[in-house]
Design a binder for this molecule. Sequence first.
Ligand code: NAP
Ligand code: ZN
Ligand code: ZN
Length: 352
Amino acid sequence: MLNIPAYAAETGQSPLQPYTIERREPGPGEVLIDILYCGVCHSDIHQARDEWGGTGIFPMVPGHEIVGRIAQLGEGVERFAPGDAVGVGCFVDSCRVCPHCRGGEEQYCDEGMTATYNSRERGGGAPTHGGYSTRITVHQDYVLRIPESLPLDRAAPLLCAGITTYSPLKHYGVKAGDRVAVVGLGGLGHMAVKLAAAMGAEVTVLSTSESKREAALQLGARDFAATRDPATFKELANRFDFIVDTVSGEHDYNAYLSLLTVDGTMILLGIPEAPAPVAAGMLIMRRRKLVGSLIGGIRETQEMLDFCAAHGVASDIELIDIADINEAYERMIAGDVRYRFVIDMASLEAAA
Ligand code: NAP
Ligand code: ZN
Ligand code: ZN
């Protein structure tokens, strides 16, 4: 076993602090990765604070936007070589034999995927620990290749925020000329803007933060509307083909549904703590669709990374030291992030 420096939440009420975890030496088919960068997803906050129904496994080492380099190969690994730039996203294993795993959509595995953290290794094993740590051991089948043209720090958020927005845009067939609204301009939201714009859609950002107007246009949006202004909902009624809802906190789904045209689709990506009511009439009157989507499979994540490399898309980030992680959480909750915090793991290496 390897002793690895990490940051963990001891309980759902405690801040993140230094912690040591054990990682196994890479077994057959596995690789050991030196983690260089890890993005900070709002799901890290939801889980570290046990906001999803008290299901958290503690102590918890969050982090599922992992980029690093191959340090060591287990027996029989031929797809990777030491030094290769690689990524690990939201899951590290799945059953591999159910129809969804076979179809390359491991996130919908019938037995449940093994999440990168806050999960258990298959067979009810040890808790998994995420990317707020300096090294991780993963089976090669769950490791992504980072294209050479992508800067590694700005590629990290693609492993969750990127694939979570790319997958539904593809699945629901967003195409050039479609009117797409993105609700919430945080980590997921800014990737949704960049990716939908790269696919040729006409993107409008709907935000609670008037201060993000200029930035939204720079990211590739054609338009911006402030959702604190009730006039917005009158002006934009029945307008959009798609709405991508990335909001992490409580909000009124009905108000946003009213902005969809006939047969329009609202895609829920944000996972607020509490359930919220949906009025049947909002769906019925214009045959609207309300759907959800969970991250993306390994094959599609690689496709997304290659798409980003081809279109010059990467995340806009603020690089932080791991000692600043608790403050970063508070800033994210306040909507004060442009647009993803990424932990420079050298800061953990140096502190250890
Ligand atoms: P984030 O960076 O914190 O961005 C969320 C944004 O939502 C904020 O910047 C803010 O944007 C807006 N917002 C927050 N609270 C709001 C409220 N009460 N009402 C209206 N707008 C509000 O978070 P993220 O990392 O992008 O994650 C967003 C959500 O997606 C989280 O719930 C996360 O758990 C979930 N998620 C889901 C998946 C999936 O597979 N479906 C994957 C990853 C994350 P403005 O300032 O522009 O209003
Ligand atoms: Zn995430
Ligand atoms: Zn499966």
